[in-house]
Design a protein around this ligand. Structure first.
Ligand code: FES
Ligand code: FES
Length: 915
């Protein structure tokens, strides 16, 4: 069939204006709106009706614009968030409410969420929670855990508007970058290219392992609409990238053999018209499918093909920590428990697929793309392009969620190579399937663990081993291998400890960084067996944990001793009331229900912030212009977690001015110093510390100029700085100071690097300068006949040292719990089977119950104002708490996640002799 169908005319009303456009037959309304009419506030997460990001109103009703042919809009009224935000009173109130509650984190789902909410609010003045869940049920959010979205929509009906605060550390102010998110103006990776830009389409292996040979690429490159073909031969530098220099092993384009399904072998650069109709199966490549090893045991078998030279048995690397003598202690223990635990691949599932735009400007290549690590991207592109570093510029776009996967490069090399080869601007946006096939995942794990205890309930011996399926390429696998043995103890006192991990290559997508770097997997094993041990000892499960909790001045399993800031006990204590009350309630419920059973689970966790025993610096620059503008160069990527706001709050506190006064310049490798990657819960701590130093240095310069005391207050603006000190006032006339090359009359650039020490061969040393601590409680209801598990309530306690912005802390906690819930109950990526958001399930608004958050502040010795990182901690205890609650409710111990209904039901049947 000839797909080059003719154009038709579609006239409709868009946001109050008459528009006439000429979509091709069958063109999606979303494409027409975005590409022909410039409504880039309509977002695309799946193009399949699964995510709801593209929700618009057609004649007042919410529809997925990706499912509606543009012609069907003819003669109708279409409203998108961009138009609603300008004109619609309900939307304006809703946008205030979204900002007040922190209901938009990355913001990629926000246009769809708000548009669906506007339709509800037009019908229903004051909707309740259930009505909001029903109305927004078709829109997915991966960041927020939905609770703040529900709160924001319910509150707009009740006209509740929390007061805006001053903005220093400790105040739960609105995001400084929130307005663009609620008005649909924030530009994400696919929003920056001009319409009509050439497109890059990547050709990928359909097999987990395959040789391949190309046909006549020159002839293909001559096809009308094709501007260029790219293969490994077109990579001018090294056809290689990787996030850890010693483990760089991934080609931009595979050569000779593809090692996983979805691996890139070539790409074309083509006109949008050609790209729309292009079938990758018509690309001239012959495949030779070969036997593939897709689990760790197959990959370690003697007959398995070796994926990488020098990694015998497909063992990428391992990690090891040992103190005391675990085996001897277990042999002497009064009681022991042991178990084996498994988890599968987990997909990050951010709603924004990888996307970007590149162009050559004055001979330099400029890459605009979603990323968590702009300077690491620059490092990679320097190697791949073989160009001087100063000829490459990385300008991050808005990031519609990352959670670890956007630490690795994805679209960047294809964009740069395409722009350089054609000399023209190019763009790319991965399809949902392409994103899921080709980007990193959470490592599947197989863990065995044995723990001993004394009769009085003290842990005596802990012996852990874990295999981690690291996929075809290393990515962050070595980090996972090293982090897991350091963290597998959990935040507990264990004197006789042994933990070993091994990362194994398989013919699967690379496993990489995903919130927790392997620790959520090890926590499942450890926290599950802690319940088993407590039960065997006859000790209350919460008491058992408290009795064994780590404390100040007690060594960790790495021999590290913290004099302050070990906050796990207060976290557990914060759950005490709920623990007692919820178990009493569950017992009463169970007494009168045969099929439905309720249970309560608890679990703890910890996480070391920043790189493991490696340099990890961040640099923050600030400047004051002659007119009195205070500028903060804030390069810590905000991927929704709130770095733009938190780093600014810290700076404003240190300098002593209101945060609203700051002009913020975001990440851009030409103008912003390296604040490191947004990863490993490091930005609040590490970049926050650099920000504090920069603010303090700026303040010290100002005070020194007039010899004022530390307690002086500053007022900056209108070309001057007023310093009020003990009743006297000094004025610095900024016009009298000489501006530097950037126009700053005062500047302060400061770097902070956490004090760590290398680990020895037994993993002893100082892996992290700080840990954060967490404890979760969950109530679940298990249908023992169906095997379904419904979480009814979470209580989460987090020691964050100092909550720089309590509202954002809560948002992180709720979002992390939602991801932990997904991992526990529904998420499993199966290459070739769950490669879209229809088959791969992530939690929806109806899956997340109320979450009560307790913020614990045990100040850290190093963090800014005592603050600790938080991003990873928030999901580490969630899955084990849920598994413990399932056991409490049903009597069965699930040892594999996700605990799907079929697995839960099978376990119950086994336990009940087949019933
Ligand atoms: S983009 Fe339309 S539903 Fe996902
Ligand atoms: S805020 Fe909803 S997906 Fe990021």
């Amino acid at each position: 069939m000839d797909k080059r169908v003719s154009e038709t005319v579609a006239d409709f009303i868009l946001n109050g204006d008459h528009v006439s456009t000429t979509p091709v037959a069958g063109e999606r309304l979303s494409e027409t709106l975005r590409e022909r009419l410039g409504a880039r506030d309509v977002k695309i997460g799946c193009n399949a009706g699964d995510c709801g990001a593209c929700t618009v109103l057609v004649d007042g009703d919410p529809v997925c614009a990706c499912l509606m042919p543009a012609q069907q809009a003819a003669g109708r009224a279409v409203e998108t968030l961009g138009g609603l935000a300008r004109e619609d009173e309900i939307t304006q109130r809703l946008s205030e409410s979204f900002q007040n509650f922190g209901a938009a984190q990355c913001g990629i789902c926000t246009p769809g969420m708000m548009t669906a909410a506007v339709a509800l609010l037009r019908d229903t003045d004051a909707p309740d929670e259930e009505q909001v869940q029903d109305a927004l049920g078709g829109v997915l959010c991966r960041c927020t855990g939905y609770r703040k979205i529900i709160d924001a929509v319910v509150a707009v009906g009740q006209a509740e508007v929390p007061m805006q605060a001053e903005g220093h550390a400790g105040e739960g102010i609105r995001r400084l970058d929130g307005l663009g998110k609620v008005q649909g103006t924030e530009a994400f990776g696919d929003d920056v290219a001009p319409a009509g830009t050439l497109e890059v389409v990547v050709i990928r292996s359909p097999f987990p392992r395959a040789g391949f040979t190309f046909g006549d690429l020159d002839a293909f490159a001559e096809v009308t609409g094709v501007e260029a073909v790219l293969t490994a031969a077109d990579v001018p530098g090294r056809n290689l990238f990787g996030v850890i220099p010693a483990f760089m092993d991934q080609p931009v384009f595979a050569e000779e053999e593809a090692r996983f399904r979805g691996e890139a072998v070539a790409a074309i650069v083509a006109t949008p018209e050609f790209a729309r109709d292009f079938d990758p199966n018509t690309f001239p490549v012959e495949w030779d499918e070969r036997p593939a090893a897709q689990d760790v045991h197959a990959a370690m078998a003697p007959e398995a093909a070796q994926l990488h030279e020098g990694r015998d048995g497909n063992v990428m690397c391992g990690g090891f920590v040992q103190c005391g003598d675990a085996k001897a202690a277990i042999a002497e223990a009064d009681l022991t428990v042991e178990g084996s635990f498994r988890s599968g691949f987990v997909e990050h599932g951010y709603i924004e697929p990888e996307a970007g735009f590149a162009e050559v400007v004055n001979g330099r290549v400029e890459i605009h793309a979603c990323t968590q690590a702009p300077v690491m991207d620059l490092d990679s592109m320097e190697i791949i392009l073989g160009m001087p570093r100063d000829q490459i510029r990385i300008i991050p776009t808005g990031v519609g969620g990352g959670f670890g996967s956007k630490l690795d490069i994805s679209v960047q090399p294809y964009l740069a190579l395409g722009a350089l080869k054609t000399g023209k601007p190019v763009r790319i946006c991965y399809s949902r399937t392409e994103s899921m096939q080709s980007t990193t995942k959470r490592h599947p794990s197989e863990i065995t663990l044995k723990i001993g205890a004394t009769k009085d309930g003290k842990i005596k011996g802990f012996d852990f081993f874990g295999y981690f399926n690291t996929g075809a390429y290393a990515s962050w696998g070595p980090t996972v291998a090293n982090r897991v043995p350091v963290h597998a103890s959990g935040p507990y006192q264990i004197t006789d400890y042994r933990a070993e991990s091994k990362g194994i290559h398989t013919n699967c997508p690379s496993s990489g960084a995903f919130r927790g770097f392997g620790v959520p997997q090890s926590a499942i094993a450890q926290e599950s067996l802690f319940d088993e041990l407590a039960d065997k000892l006859g000790i209350d499960r919460l008491d058992f944990r408290i009795n064994n909790s780590l404390e100040n001045n007690v060594p960790t399993v790495c021999g590290q001793v913290f004099e302050q800031g070990v906050g796990i006990k207060p976290c557990f204590e914060a759950l005490r009331t709920a623990w007692n009350d919820e178990r009493t309630d569950a017992e009463a419920f169970n007494a009168s229900n045969d099929t439905l059973k309720r249970g309560v689970g608890v679990a703890g966790g910890w996480y070391g912030c920043g790189n493991t025993s490696l340099p990890n610096p961040s640099t923050i620059k600030s400047g004051v212009r002659a007119d009195g503008t205070v500028v903060l160069h804030q390069g810590a990527m905000d991927i929704g977690q709130g770095a733009n706001t938190v780093i600014s709050q810290i700076f404003a506190t240190a300098l002593g001015i209101p945060v609203a006064q700051l002009e913020i310049i975001g990440a851009d490798t030409d103008v912003t110093p390296d604040a490191g990657k947004t990863s490993a819960s490091r930005q609040t701590y590490v970049s926050g510390s650099a920000s504090r130093l920069s603010g303090e240095a700026m303040r010290a310069q100002i005070l020194a100029r007039v010899n004022a005391s530390e307690d002086a207050t500053l007022t900056i603006g209108n070309g001057q700085i007023k310093i009020t000190d003990q009743g006297s006032e000094h004025v610095i006339d900024l016009s009298t100071l000489s501006p530097d090359a950037e126009g700053y009359v005062l500047r302060a650039e400061e770097t902070y690097d956490p004090p760590t020490k290398p680990l020895d061969e037994n993993g002893q040393g100082i892996p992290y300068a700080q840990f954060g601590y967490a404890a979760h409680l969950v109530v679940v209801e298990v249908d023992t006949k169906l095997g379904t598990v419904k979480p009814l309530k979470f209580v989460a306690a987090h020691d964050v040292g100092k909550a720089i912005n309590p509202m954002l802390v809560e948002g992180q906690v709720q979002g992390g719990i939602a991801q932990g819930l997904g991992m526990a109950l529904m998420e499993e990526y199966l290459p070739g089977r769950t490669e879209n958001l229809h088959d791969y399930l992530i939690p929806t608004i109806g899956d997340i119950p109320p979450i009560e958050t307790h913020i614990i502040e045990e100040p850290d010795a190093h963090g800014p104002y005592g603050a600790k990182g938080l991003g990873e901690h928030v999901l580490i205890p969630t899955a084990p708490a849920i598994l413990n609650a399932i056991k409490d409710a049903s009597g069965v111990r699930l040892t594999q996640v996700p605990a799907t209904p079929s697995r839960v039901r099978a376990a119950i049947k086994d336990n009940n002799n087949g019933n």
